[in-house]
Design a binder for this molecule. Structure first.
Ligand code: ZN
Length: 224
């Protein structure tokens, strides 16, 4: 394919096999003729994350690529990448939780953009959310807009970064999954838990707590 062909019928989804990016994958499958997923291997504690991502994409027949990002572990050792550092059970009062790798979303989106351009694709889809900001500055809308401009300038190419979850909270992410007809897939097949347990998870880590609270919000709002 010619490098300069702008292809709006395809999208690259930054995919982790978690709740948010899987919801985004289903969102993209409704909007684009073809969807390609990319995951990043950065030595995360749980290789299960990548296994879940592979299982989900295999089942859907979606193209799946894993990119080596082991550099990230070298740059920013933390609880998500290093087995010898415990994940904070509670979010700290100030600053980011110790599960943050600085600049992670920026790096993922940047590599996804290089990959997309090689295939003549302009649209990138990511599950970042400002409502769910919780200490991750590169999840904010202002950052995503800024990166969209930067990537477009850097590669002289018009990228479009789609963020279907940007303004909705966890309860409405479940609602979106329900509307997209993938609620059970998300409940059973995705991995959000910091302790590497698929579906309902361990129930105790901050990520499991958020997931459960979100599901309860969804039930209260829409299932009475
Ligand atoms: Zn958990």
């Amino acid at each position: 394919m010619n490098m300069n062909t702008r292809n709006k019928k395809e999208a690259v989804v930054v995919f982790s096999g978690g709740q948010d990016s899987t919801t985004c994958l289903f969102w993209a499958l409704k909007r684009y003729e073809k969807v390609i997923t990319v995951s990043f291997d950065y030595g995360q504690r749980h290789k299960k994350e990548l296994q879940c991502a592979k299982e989900i994409t295999d089942e859907l027949g979606v193209e799946f690529h894993v990119m080596d990002m082991s550099l990230l572990n070298q740059l920013a050792p933390n609880s998500l990448t290093r087995g010898d550092i415990d994940v904070d059970e509670e979010a700290p009062e100030e600053g980011a939780p110790n599960s943050v790798v600085d600049g992670r979303n920026m790096l993922f989106l940047t590599f996804a953009a290089v990959f997309a351009k090689q295939r003549g694709i302009t649209d990138l889809v990511t599950g970042v959310s400002q409502s769910d900001f919780s200490g991750y500055p590169d999840c904010r809308n202002v950052f995503v807009k800024s990166l969209e401009t930067t990537l477009s300038l850097a590669m002289d190419y018009t990228f479009c970064i789609e963020t279907p979850l940007m303004w909705i909270d966890k309860g409405d992410v479940w609602k979106l999954a329900d509307d997209l007809g993938c609620l059970n897939t998300i409940r059973e097949k995705t991995l959000t838990c910091y302790n590497g347990i698929k579906g309902e998870g361990c129930g105790n880590c901050p990520s499991c707590k958020l997931r459960r609270e979100g599901y309860e919000q969804f039930l209260e709002r829409y299932r009475r």
